[in-house]
Design a protein around this ligand. Structure first.
Ligand SMILES: [Zn+2]
Length: 250
C-alpha cells in the first residue's frame, strides 16, 4: 500500500476539513477552553499554531462559516513565524475578530523550566504579553512538545489557566490528534461518527491542512518555503521603496 493510502493523505485538505466540521456539528456540541464546563456531551476543538498563522486564519474562516468557535493556542517561540511581526499579528487579530478563543501554546524548553513555580511565573508573563498586544483574554494553555517535566504537569490549572494536558482532559475525554500530519490513533472521521464517544478533544495543527492533497513533508515544506519567499519579497520591496539599488536581484 502507498504512503498516501496508509496515512490518509487525502483526509488533510481544507475541503475535507469543512466536511469534518459539519459532521462534528451534527454529533456534538462545540465548546471552547475559555467557557469550558464539564457536560455529558461536548466536543472541544483546539489548534496548536506551531508553523503557520496563515493556515490558522484559513481554518478560523472555515469554522466561522459554520458558526463554530475553536481555541487557537498561540506560540511565542515558533521556528516558523514571528508572532510580533506586523503581518502575523494582523492575521491573529482577524482570527480574534471572527470570535475564536485564544490560548497560550507554551514552550517550556525556551526557559528550561524544571519546577511548577517557574512554570507559573512564565505562564503569567507570556499571558500578559499576548493579552496586552492583542487586547484579548487568555484563560488556557497547552504545552508545545512535552518533556519529562511537562509530562508530570497534570493539574487542571496553572497560574489560573486551564491546562489542556490536565488529568481530566487526558483521562476522561477522548482525544484525536493530527500531530506530524497523520492520525496517530484513529482517523478523526471515525471518532466523530462513533456514537460511543460523548466527550472529545480534537487537536489539529493548521499547517497540516492544505487545499491540495499533499504528503506530511510537502505540507511542512510549503510553510517553510512560503515563509522564505515572503521574507525575500519584503527585503526586495524595501529596497524599491527606499530608492536603493537592487544589485543582484532579478
Ligand atoms: Zn506545538
Amino acid at each position: 500500500m502507498s504512503n498516501a493510502t496508509t496515512y490518509n493523505f487525502s483526509d488533510f485538505t481544507t475541503q475535507n476539513y469543512s466536511k469534518l466540521l459539519t459532521l462534528a456539528k451534527t454529533n456534538f456540541e462545540f465548546k471552547t477552553f475559555n467557557t469550558f464546563k464539564n457536560e455529558p456531551k461536548f466536543i472541544i476543538w483546539r489548534h496548536d499554531v506551531d508553523f503557520s498563522m496563515h493556515r490558522a486564519l484559513k481554518m478560523a474562516q472555515l469554522e466561522a462559516e459554520q458558526g463554530i468557535q475553536a481555541t487557537y493556542f498561540i506560540l511565542m517561540h515558533s521556528e516558523f513565524y514571528n508572532l510580533f511581526e506586523k503581518e502575523i499579528s494582523h492575521l491573529l487579530k482577524q482570527i480574534i475578530d471572527l470570535g475564536h478563543d485564544i490560548g497560550l501554546h507554551f514552550d517550556s524548553h525556551y526557559y528550561n523550566i524544571t519546577n511548577e513555580s517557574e512554570l507559573e511565573s512564565k505562564l503569567l508573563f507570556e499571558k500578559s504579553i499576548i493579552e496586552n498586544v492583542f487586547n484579548v483574554s487568555v484563560t488556557s494553555f497547552c504545552f508545545h512538545i512535552n518533556n519529562t517535566f511537562t509530562l508530570q504537569c497534570n493539574k487542571t490549572h496553572y497560574a489560573g489557566l486551564l491546562n489542556a494536558f490536565s488529568n481530566f482532559f487526558q483521562k476522561e475525554v477522548a482525544y484525536c490528534s493530527d500531530s506530524n500530519g497523520y492520525w496517530r490513533f484513529k482517523r478523526l472521521e471515525e471518532m466523530l461518527s462513533d456514537k460511543s464517544i460523548t466527550q472529545l478533544q480534537v487537536l489539529t495543527h493548521p499547517e497540516l491542512w492544505q487545499d491540495e492533497v499533499m504528503s506530511p513533508k510537502q505540507r511542512v515544506d510549503r510553510c517553510a518555503d512560503m515563509r522564505a519567499e515572503k521574507t525575500k519579497q519584503w527585503y526586495n520591496q524595501t529596497l524599491i521603496s527606499n530608492g536603493r539599488k537592487n544589485i543582484d536581484w532579478e
